[in-house]
Design a protein around this ligand. Structure first.
Ligand SMILES: Nc1ncnc2c1ncn2[C@@H]1O[C@H](COP(=O)(O)OP(=O)(O)OP(=O)(O)O)[C@@H](O)[C@H]1O
Length: 353
């Protein structure tokens, strides 16, 4: 039995990060899970901070493994004045929604804030829907931090055929990201109309069809940019990804409110990092109590689609471009994504007869 304590871990971390950035610590025997949340002050060298935190805790007696996850919210990009034409009430005028030829359902995956695992959930959900026999596409509409090329291990540039951008077929799904069309090493500081133009282009000028489901990984947050993007495509519904902390707070509520404002059905809420599976013994520890997310979802009048555990393999497989549904298809973590995919497919009534 280990005598590791939360306060000992906090003190080991005290030289590395400020205490209020530690939003959760889970200890399961020698295995430690840490959730960091820097609010909108995400450090520029986030990767190095995580490595230092892992090293500080790994060196403690009794620690066998450490998994540090950052849920730092990215500050939403400021909309420059004059960059976007606003409507009578200060909101952008709604664009005409685009219907994408040959695509049966467009599903937005959104979150109230950054870093909660929206992109990781989007790719694993897409792969789990593929495994249900559906033809699936995934569009990375996170103009400010495109991550799909890394998550799916895509290095090639898309080609043009008959004036249409050809999606890249990766892991059996059709994928497209703004990150494949621009130089991602250059910081993207775009004005509203350019952002909207890029999204329209990704929806209209990519040869998506035929598809049962197109998953759209939205930029984090619920500002004007996100709202206008929601209005650009005819959406069948939205999935909101949240961590247990945020469900109890207001971020997930803001996401729900944004979609409801424009009459997009909420397919449900996914609780990411909901529990911690001990890699050594498989024991599941609930980080913030059990059942809180389902309760919060019902209070918000939204279906609860299920929880995804906080797990090092989910992060590592995503970093390697081989998401867990693909790399460990029979793991309990992949099963968690599959349950969510089944619930989404059922609510879309999309599973072919
Ligand atoms: N269930 C999980 N267990 C462990 N790590 C996770 C889990 N979900 C996501 N992560 C890790 O958390 C980090 C943030 O995830 P991700 O990039 O998917 O978030 P996001 O909400 O799309 O962020 P943003 O919108 O700010 O780009 C990544 O390092 C990812 O690998």
């Amino acid at each position: 039995m280990s005598d590791l304590s939360e306060s000992a871990i906090r003190s080991a971390l005290s030289d590395v990060i400020r205490g209020d950035a530690i939003s959760a610590i889970v200890i399961d025997d020698g295995s430690v899970g840490i959730v960091l949340d820097f609010g909108s002050d995400k450090p520029a060298d986030a990767g190095a901070v995580r490595a230092r935190a892992e090293a500080a805790v790994k060196g403690m007696p009794g620690v066998s493994s450490v998994n540090v996850v950052m849920t730092a919210a990215k500050a939403p990009p400021a909309m420059p004045s004059g960059g976007m034409k606003l409507g009578a009430h200060g909101t952008p005028p709604p664009p005409k929604p685009t219907t994408i030829p040959g695509v049966r359902h467009v599903v937005a995956v959104a979150s109230g804030k950054g870093g909660v695992g929206k992109s990781t959930t989007s790719v694993n959900l897409a792969l789990a829907l593929r495994d249900l026999g559906l033809s699936v596409g995934i569009l990375d509409a996170d103009i400010f931090g495109p991550s799909l090329p890394m998550l799916l291990g895509i290095n090639e540039k898309p080609s043009l055929k008959d004036g249409m951008i050809q999606p890249i077929l990766s892991h059996g799904v059709k994928a497209m990201s703004i990150g494949l069309l621009i130089d991602i090493d250059q910081p993207v500081v775009w004005r509203g109309p350019r952002v909207m133009g890029a999204t329209q282009q990704l929806l209209k000028e990519v040869a998506w069809g035929p598809l049962d489901v197109l998953i759209v990984d939205m930029p984090p947050g619920t500002g004007d940019v996100q709202l206008t993007m929601v209005q650009q495509a005819t959406l069948s519904g939205a999935v909101i990804v949240s961590t247990p902390q945020d469900l109890a707070l207001i971020d997930a509520r803001k996401g729900l409110a944004m979609f409801r404002k424009v009459n997009v059905p909420i397919l449900g809420i996914v609780e990411n990092m909901s529990s911690y599976l001990c890699p050594a013994c498989g024991h599941e520890a609930h980080i913030f109590g059990h059942g809180g997310a389902a309760e919060a979802a019902s209070e918000l009048d939204a279906p609860f689609l299920g929880g995804i555990p906080l797990d090092m393999k989910i992060r590592l497989s995503a970093d390697e471009g081989n998401p867990i549904v693909e790399s460990a298809p029979d793991s309990p973590e992949a099963a968690a994504y599959r349950r969510i995919a089944k619930a989404v497919a059922a609510s879309l009534n999309a599973v072919p007869a």
